[in-house]
Design a protein around this ligand. Structure first.
Ligand code: ADP
Length: 244
């Protein structure tokens, strides 16, 4: 498909847990090339939105990416549509090297059976993405020995080699050093140039520095949306965050 269709469009997304409404009739559009931050107080429904889009919780409504309906599909099926997601705790294979993790991830997207084969020479794609994620010097290092920040980069790299064009990242800089935050921001900025990126984030300074646009959730609904400046000047947002 052309670039015109390379965006996420969510309409009337609705998620309930035993009658408790976690996400209420949510509309959300995120364009290709946008680095969108999803913020809001604990329990606002941010993770549930991502869970719904990636098929981890059942949801009503509609969520299309590149024109394909994501709701109602299995998580693996959604990955194959170019949707990639990271979790707060890195889910790399600790026993494999950085390079092997990337090779396994690449094989997973192509054909499940490649998982069973010992990886041969790395593809150009793997080498390129490893470089983009600042991991080339650590190629042969066992992933379990990486510092926290680099594990997160490896996870992002695993999405990139899978050709993910919608990246959904849950608190990517949590627990990172200031230097790692800076590098992660630069990496995500670069990723977002030709992808659609949504970041669930608590770190307001990181948001100020890197967000193109911001959606604020509260009690399962959108409280405000706009540029960082719009959000910072929004009275409702200030009230929610300062508890006034
Ligand atoms: P956030 O990510 O903004 O902190 P969540 O999406 O994790 O918020 O949670 C939104 C609300 O839904 C919370 O009240 C939470 O307790 C509830 N919730 C989330 N997941 C489940 C679940 N699997 N079962 C029951 N309630 C859930």
């Amino acid at each position: 498909g052309g670039q015109w269709s390379d965006y996420l469009e969510v309409r009337g997304l609705h998620v309930e847990f035993d009658g408790f409404v976690a996400v209420k009739n949510l509309d959300l559009s995120v364009e290709h090339g946008d680095l969108r931050f999803l913020i809001g107080p604990n329990g606002a429904g941010k993770t549930t939105v991502i869970d719904a889009i990636t098929g981890l919780v059942p949801a009503a409504g509609s969520a299309t990416f590149r024109g394909e309906q994501l709701l109602g599909r299995k998580p693996n099926n959604i990955v194959r549509l170019g949707v990639g997601r990271t979790f707060q705790t890195a889910s790399v294979v600790e026993e494999l090297t950085v390079l092997e993790n990337l090779q396994v991830a690449e094989g997973f997207r192509r054909k499940g059976r490649d998982l069973l084969r010992r990886p041969g020479a790395p593809s150009q794609n793997v080498r390129y993405m490893m470089d983009v994620c600042n991991l080339t010097a650590d190629a042969d290092r066992t992933a379990g020995t990486l510092p926290h920040g680099k594990k997160q980069w490896l996870e992002i790299g695993m999405l990139l080699v899978q050709d993910a064009h919608l990246l959904l990242l849950d608190e990517p800089v949590a627990g990172m050093t200031p230097a790692e935050r800076e590098q992660t921001g630069a990496l995500l900025k670069r990723c977002s140039r030709n992808r659609t990126v949504i970041i669930v984030e608590h770190d307001m300074e990181f948001m100020r520095q890197f967000a193109d646009s911001v959606t604020v959730l509260n009690q399962g609904e959108i409280l405000a949306e706009g540029s960082v400046e719009d959000i910072q000047n929004n009275e409702d947002v200030v009230r929610i965050y300062l508890g006034g």
